[in-house]
Design a protein around this ligand. Structure first.
Ligand SMILES: [Zn+2]
Ligand SMILES: [Zn+2]
Length: 296
């Protein structure tokens, strides 16, 4: 029964406990995303694409995930704050809550305690854990266990509570300079699509795809989730080597977030980059750290 996947939204062992604020918020966001389709323009489309990249790649992939959660590389504090603030624009919660949830996922992957494993149901892993769970609301003791590094940072403590402030500011700007269509596309449609892309990393890449490494969990490499998430879909690679800043390990495993980190390095901003490389002498993958001298 270990690998059985239930099709329901709620895992049997979890109690029904609707998170009303998130549920209503997600309903409004999805409705506004549909409304955006009636206000289509090139300006609105381009705005949404650029912001999808800023929030999804600079923010979630390079900032919240590879930098804050796993410390796969280092950047000056100002650059770190910039990337994490971009992450807040994705509206997936504050950095402390997000990182805590994700570190718990890595500590208990596809076992009891994993906040969003498909073993509790495919829809649970995708969205049920947000609608019915309390996975993004962590107790102080949990935070102290999983994110003592982030709790020390005054800016992250502030942004964790007020992560919505940059988006409100951005929304006002979009409405003032672009009108309703640009607001609906740049905030609501873009955020909704980015939500599902992120959630697919929790659901689809623990269900479908190829495995390169024997990780003891259900993580998979999914090219189409990687395309939607700027490289986060190479999830089996990631679970095998969580601290590697590079997730797509072969040239054909497109990893835009890695290219972003490489760009930061070429600008002299990223250092101590951890990554996985294939060692031909030992015929094995290995984690190395330091300056990247060539692109494989
Ligand atoms: Zn995972
Ligand atoms: Zn991770």
């Amino acid at each position: 029964m270990k690998n059985e996947i239930r099709s329901g939204v709620l895992p049997a062992r979890k109690k029904l406990n609707i998170n009303w604020s998130d549920t209503i918020f997600l309903f409004v966001t999805h409705a506004a995303a549909i409304a955006a389709l009636f206000f289509t323009s090139w300006t609105a489309l381009i705005t949404a694409v650029v912001l999808y990249w800023i929030g999804g790649s600079l923010g979630i992939g390079m900032g919240y995930h590879r930098l804050l959660t796993h410390r796969g590389y280092h950047v000056p504090k100002a650059v770190e704050y910039f990337l994490v603030t971009c992450g807040a624009l994705a509206f997936e919660g504050g950095p402390i809550q997000w990182v805590t949830t994700h570190r718990i996922h890595h500590a208990h992957t596809d076992r009891t305690g994993d906040p969003h494993t498909p073993r509790d149901g495919r829809w649970w892993a995708h969205i049920g854990w947000i609608l019915f769970g309390t996975a993004q609301i962590h107790e102080r003791s949990t935070l102290e266990h999983y994110v003592p590094d982030l709790l020390k940072d005054r800016y992250y403590r502030w942004l964790n509570t007020y992560y919505w402030v940059p988006s409100i500011f951005l929304g006002i700007m979009l409405f003032a300079f672009g009108g309703l269509g640009v607001l609906l596309w740049g905030i609501f449609l873009r955020v909704t699509l980015a939500y599902h892309a992120t959630w697919l990393v929790n659901s689809a890449t623990h269900l479908w795809g190829r495995t390169r490494f024997e990780t003891g969990d259900d993580s998979r490499n999914s090219w189409w989730v990687a395309l939607l998430t700027f490289g986060e879909g190479w999830h089996n690679n990631h679970h095998a080597y969580p601290t590697s800043a590079r997730h797509g390990l072969r040239w054909y495993e497109i990893d835009m977030n890695w290219l972003g980190i490489r760009t930061l390095q070429l600008l002299g901003l990223a250092r101590a980059i951890k990554r996985v490389q294939f060692d031909r002498r030992t015929s094995a993958w290995q984690l190395i750290r330091g300056r990247v001298s060539r692109t494989v």
